[in-house]
Structures are given as structure tokens and as C-alpha cells.
Ligand binder design. Structure first.
Ligand SMILES: [Zn+2]
Length: 196
């Protein structure tokens, strides 16, 4: 079984969103088209309580994209985004969700960020995604979505570590920072990840 993991196709990550990924909207049609190539499709959704500690606004005197120490982890501070129940947190209307069997929400703990669809950034809690995939006899996963250099990358790295045969679908990802993505992509390939 080969699963497609569709990462964070939410309005706040699309052009005009609170944390827009450049050309993030370009990949939605591609994701719709490739879903038919997989046995199973699941999605992740960034889903923060208001005042989440990954937001610059939660730290006095800090600005978005500054880096701080948060509970012993390096944390990029983001603009407020994907606040639970807000319009920006909704999955994009153009995304075909008919084949998405389950949606795994992440970033729900106010004190820790969660880039990966499997675990928070400190690996303190898991989202249930790994168990779900194993129950469905999934052995290979392909990851697509936003953003390539954060949530796609960390989801793919955790999938590798969990023992899945892991691919990044490059035509169906977009990064916040293209050069940062190239470095992370090299790490992913070194660890045995593949592209398709
Ligand atoms: Zn977030």
C-alpha cells in the first residue's frame, strides 16, 4: 500500500494568506490529479489555538521570522496563522477532498510547534498518523503540499525514520525559501529518501 500525504493545503499558506508560500496555489491541481495514483490519501491540517507560542505576537518585542529558544527547541516565530476555526485554517476549496480518508491535525498544543504530520517538534506526542498508516498496511508514503522546507520536509523525514519507503512529490510542493529547501532536500536524499 502506497499512501499520499497531503500537507497543509490551507488558505493561510496560499497567496494572500497570513503565511503565504510563494506560488503555493499552483500545486493544488497537481495534487488533485495525482491522488488517483495512490491506494490511500490522507491530509494534515495546521490547527493552532489562538496565542500559540509559535506566533511572534505571543512574545513581546518579537517579529515574525525571528528565531528564539522555545522550551529548549529552536523556534522560528511566525505570523499568526491557521488559528482553529478561522477561515485561514480551512483546507482550500479547490482541493479535491473526496479521496482524503482522514485528516490529522497538528500544532494543537499551545506550547510547542509541529511541522511534521507525525509528531510535534519535540517528539513529545504523536498525531496518530503512523499507527493509522500501519493499520492500513501502508509501506510506502509520498508527501506533497506546503511548505516544502518545513512541514513537507519534516513529515518526510519522520516517515523515513519510521521505516516507510518515502518520496517527496516535487511537482506538488512549494517552499517558503527555495535555497533552504535545497539543503533540506539533500539531507532527505542522503537519508534514503526518494523523489518522484
Ligand atoms: Zn503552524
Amino acid at each position: 500500500m502506497h499512501a499520499l500525504i497531503v500537507v497543509d493545503i490551507q488558505y493561510d499558506f496560499l497567496p494572500n494568506g497570513a503565511l503565504a508560500v510563494p506560488m503555493g496555489d499552483e500545486i493544488i491541481e497537481k495534487i488533485n490529479r495525482i491522488q488517483q495514483d495512490y491506494d490511500l490519501v490522507v491530509a494534515t491540517q495546521d490547527w493552532h489555538p489562538a496565542g500559540h507560542k509559535s506566533f511572534a505576537s505571543a512574545h513581546s518585542g518579537r517579529k515574525p521570522f525571528e528565531v528564539i529558544d522555545l522550551g529548549g527547541l529552536e523556534q522560528v516565530l511566525w505570523p499568526d496563522h491557521c488559528v482553529q476555526e478561522s477561515g485561514g485554517a480551512e483546507l482550500a476549496g479547490l482541493l479535491d477532498t473526496r479521496r482524503i480518508e482522514a485528516i490529522f491535525r497538528k500544532g494543537t498544543d499551545p506550547d510547542i510547534d509541529s511541522y511534521s504530520g507525525f509528531f510535534d517538534n519535540g517528539k513529545r506526542k504523536n498525531t496518530g498518523l503512523a499507527g493509522y498508516l500501519r493499520d492500513r498496511k501502508v509501506t510506502a508514503v509520498s508527501v506533497c503540499g506546503l511548505a516544502a522546507d518545513y512541514c513537507v520536509y519534516f513529515t518526510a523525514m519522520d516517515a523515513l525514520e519510521l521505516g516507510f519507503d518515502t518520496y517527496i512529490v516535487e511537482e506538488a510542493v512549494r517552499p517558503i525559501d527555495a535555497s533552504a529547501y535545497m539543503d533540506k532536500r539533500a539531507t532527505f536524499l542522503q537519508r534514503g529518501g526518494k523523489l518522484r
